[in-house]
Design a protein around this ligand. Structure first.
Ligand code: ADP
Ligand code: MG
Length: 613
């Protein structure tokens, strides 16, 4: 229950008016239901000739309000009977019942009508909030979470909320109002009979509660399993080539089937429990009705005046009407528990803290960094897990316009080092500075705004080439994009495709070769025209011919800016102003190509190793 209120406070507050409208129409529906049933009573009395009393009009206020109301209502009915006869009165009553029912169903419809935009709105809001959060969370968050699991939260759990919480909203507003309304009428009709209901209700509630208790825990388990299943599917599709090459289809199938089997079992258990809600509330409801029927019947048979027979029938009609909303409400309660489990999983993402924050008083990024900006590392140490240091005591001064190369064995920390500059990660000790201020002093967007990054793995979106190049530069014209493509040595092959710049790149750019993808991603960096350029093994994945084309493109791109280049092939960085050799997270040598060759150390060794190949 507490969860539910928190949920409503968080997500339903923009929909206050929808709630108000729905509550209003629900009250109207309830009133009309009670009212339309009221027409049945005189019909019964007339049919069975039960009523032999002669009614006299009583002025309002001359007694208990409901007594006067009922008396005067019957008086009006007898008046009508005496003027148009019983048959036509019956017809009139039936007509009134039809009208009242029509108004009732209309009001019920209007209350649903008000809830629908809220239902869909809440789900849309949650989905959008999730997406914003997913985009804003730092890279680090995703090294701990599986992609498939995150997808399952975004799709599956939001879907679960849609199917459970959101779909229950209408019932949540409707059923309690109906129950309270009917109970009120019942108390008015006969509080003696109604006492039973008040004794039985909490008992029934307790029984229902114990059965439903485990639902949330189990649902959480089930949703987690679904996340695992999706992760496995995602990984398999992503690595299908390896799966096939190693004949591992059977193995993957076994893994997958093991997971789906667990899911099947827990789903059975959840759904069985959930299905109990309906029959159980029906059974408990019938027990209550039977007890009241017996007790009320006894009162009438004994001739006590607490209630008369038609009054009792009306009472039972109202009481019976409670069972339906009560049944629905228990079902809503059970469904909500499933939904709350999904919400808990969603909150793992929505509530995730983003450690990469904008400062309160950001330093303004200088606008005139035409010839590059300066970058420096001061005593920087970094660890991914807080235990093993991947970088230690890194000191490096990159002046504006310089080209600095980082070399070293794979795993020596080169990528980690350049990832610290755009704040993909924050340093543990020391300071990374851009233009003399720590990177944490700038707004993250400003900081990244002055950087262009080209990685080993070019990332293209399944969009047109134009949009892929203009990504991040929304004002770019076709001419700008063409210009950038020319500098990146990409123009020729782009215009050779059937639709030129409007050609779709395919899933992750799969329509193009690695070298072509890389040149498109270089064009993207060219178009952004960043003062600081970070190249992390941009040419490593390429064959010699594409490497030459990409290298040419890069050299054009590196002019007039600060460039930090991580290079695998050392021949490409011989002209760098400064070369740093990294070994196990430390800079072990620093100098120009010539100086390092003369030093006859690690760098020279690396160069000679590559020559041999
Ligand atoms: P390089 O780019 O020089 O090949 P990296 O900077 O990628 O090296 O990696 C340096 C070290 O940090 C390696 O030992 C690697 O295992 C570790 N590492 C890289 N990325 C992560 C990560 N996201 N989480 C934990 N450890 C990582
Ligand atoms: Mg690397």
């Amino acid at each position: 229950m507490k969860d539910l209120f928190l949920f409503l406070r968080r997500f339903a507050s923009p929909y206050k008016w929808n709630v108000a409208g729905s509550v209003f129409f629900n009250f109207l529906t309830m009133g009309l239901t009670v009212f339309s049933f009221a027409f049945i009573m005189p019909i019964l009395r007339i049919l069975f000739n039960l009523d032999t009393t002669s009614y006299v009009w009583q002025p309002w206020g001359s007694g208990q309000f409901q007594d006067v109301l009922i008396n005067n209502f019957y008086w009006s009915v007898t008046q009508i009977i005496s003027s148009i006869g019983p048959v036509w009165t019956l017809a009139l009553m039936a007509g009134a019942l039809i009208v009242a029912t029509f108004l009732k169903v209309m009001a019920a419809y209007l209350s649903e009508y008000c809830v629908i935009p809220m239902r869909n709105g809440v789900v849309t809001d949650i989905r959008n909030q999730m997406y914003s959060k997913i985009v804003s969370l730092p890279i680090g968050f995703y090294t701990h979470e599986r992609k498939g699991d995150i997808m399952s939260r975004l799709l599956g759990d939001v879907g679960e909320i849609e199917a459970s919480v959101a779909a229950s909203l209408a019932g949540l507003l409707k059923n309690p109002i109906q129950i309270i309304g009917y109970l009120f009428v019942m108390v008015v009709l006969s509080w003696k009979l109604t006492i039973f209901v008040f004794i039985l209700l909490p008992i029934a509630g307790w029984i229902m509660g114990t059965v439903g208790k485990k639902l949330k825990v189990k649902s959480l388990e089930a949703q987690n399993m679904l996340g695992t299943i999706l992760s496995t599917a995602e990984e398999t599709i992503g690595g299908l080539k390896v799966v096939k090459a190693f004949n591992a289809e059977k193995h993957m199938e076994d893994v997958f089937q093991g997971e789906t089997d667990d899911y099947r079992k827990i789903s059975n258990s959840i759904q069985r429990r959930w299905s109990l809600a309906h029959p159980m509330s029906e059974f408990l409801g019938t027990i209550a009705v039977s007890v009241v029927l017996w007790f009320g019947g006894a009162i009438i048979i004994n001739g006590e005046t607490a209630i008369d027979a038609p009054g009792f029938i009306y009472y039972m009609v109202i009481f019976y009407s409670i069972i339906n909303p009560a049944k629905e409400l228990t079902k809503v309660g059970y469904t909500l528990r499933k939904g709350m489990a999904a919400l808990q999983r969603i909150d793992k993402i929505l509530g995730a803290e983003n450690p990469i924050k904008d400062p309160e008083n950001p330093v303004e990024m200088p606008k005139d960094l035409k010839d590059g900006g300066s970058v420096s590392f001061k005593n920087v140490s970094f660890s991914y897990d807080g235990e093993r240091y991947v970088l230690q005591d890194i000191n490096l001064e990159v002046k504006a316009g310089m080209t600095v190369a980082l070399v070293g064995q794979s795993g020596s920390g080169k990528s980690t080092m350049v990832d610290l500059i755009p704040r993909f990660w924050d340093v543990v000790h020391g300071e990374v500075e851009v233009e003399g201020h720590p990177v944490e002093a700038y707004n993250v967007a400003d900081l990244r705004g002055v950087m262009g990054i080209v990685n080993q793995e070019p990332i293209l979106f399944n969009d047109t080439i134009f949009n892929n190049i203009a990504f991040g530069s929304p004002e770019a014209t076709l001419k700008d994009v063409e210009e950038a493509a020319k500098i990146a040595n990409a123009y020729e092959f782009i215009i050779d495709t059937e639709d030129g710049f409007q050609t779709m790149a395919g899933d992750r750019g799969s329509r193009f070769s690695g070298g072509q993808r890389q040149r498109i991603s270089i064009a993207r960096a060219v178009l952004k025209n960043p003062p600081i350029l970070i190249l992390d093994e941009a040419t490593s994945a390429l064959d010699t011919e594409s490497e030459r084309l990409v290298q040419e493109a890069l050299e054009r791109l590196m002019k007039n800016r600060t460039t930090i280049v991580v290079a695998h092939r050392l021949s490409t960085i011989a002209n760098a102003d400064l070369i740093c050799v990294l070994q196990e997270g430390r800079i072990v040598e620093k100098g120009t190509h010539q100086q390092l060759i003369e030093l006859n150390g690690v760098y020279r060794h690396l160069v000679e190793m590559q020559r041999l190949k």
